[in-house]
Design a protein around this ligand. Structure first.
Ligand code: SF4
Length: 200
């Protein structure tokens, strides 16, 4: 890998330690990922490694601990994903997904720490009206690329998929973010309702 043009790798995490193992259904998956990250850092240190951290209800109480641990294990950049990834294909569904307010509270702690160690934090899946002071870290509206090549070698348009899987609410028309906001994941609205959203 050190001899290739590869600039960045993205490693998904579904929780800290055994929580990640449980979600992946592979015992030891978390430690295996950490060992892999350490190997890359030793042998191909110029490659940046981003953690794509999926936020779940069971994983919320250890989110700060996970962030510290990953940072100390060589992760350079953090992307926290709420409810669904940019394709809406991988995510934390239904009641396993925490309320946005609780997630934002924990994410603020993660941001405080990452700001201190000078590592970027990006956030996707949360509507601006529910993101509070993390609004400036939301990224899906600013993606330079919205196409993904899957294992079947076909190109999927992520923006189109998100349009299909997200929904605008009746009051969105009066929101100043209406032009750029993509709305809320339908899956989240089905399990948690719309009470956390209001026009900005
Ligand atoms: S457009 Fe709707 S969902 Fe988006 S930020 Fe505004 S109120 Fe929230």
């Amino acid at each position: 890998m050190n001899k290739t043009a590869l600039r960045k790798m993205i490693v998904p995490f579904f929780g800290f330690s055994q929580e990640h193992d449980r979600s992946c259904r592979v015992e030891g998956a978390f430690l295996q990922a950490i060992e892999g990250i350490k190997n890359i850092k030793s042998f191909a240190p110029r490659i940046k490694i981003e953690a794509a951290v999926f936020i779940s209800g069971p994983g919320l109480k250890t989110l700060a601990e996970l962030t510290h641990y990953l940072s100390n294990s060589g992760i350079d950049e953090f992307r926290f994903i709420f409810s669904g990834d940019s394709l809406g294909l991988t995510g934390v569904k239904g009641r396993l997904c925490p309320a946005i307010s609780g997630a934002v509270r924990e994410l603020k702690k993660a941001r405080k720490f990452l700001d201190q160690v000078n590592k970027p934090l990006q956030l996707e899946g949360i509507a601006p009206c529910a993101a509070s002071s993390l609004k400036d870290r939301l990224i899906e509206y600013r993606y330079p690329f919205n196409e993904v090549i899957g294992l079947d070698a076909k190109i999927a348009g992520s923006r189109k998929i998100r349009e299909h899987k997200k929904e605008k609410l009746p009051f969105c028309k009066s929101c100043q973010e209406n032009g750029s906001c993509e709305g809320v994941w339908k899956e989240y609205l089905r399990s948690h309702g719309k009470s956390e959203f209001k026009p900005l």
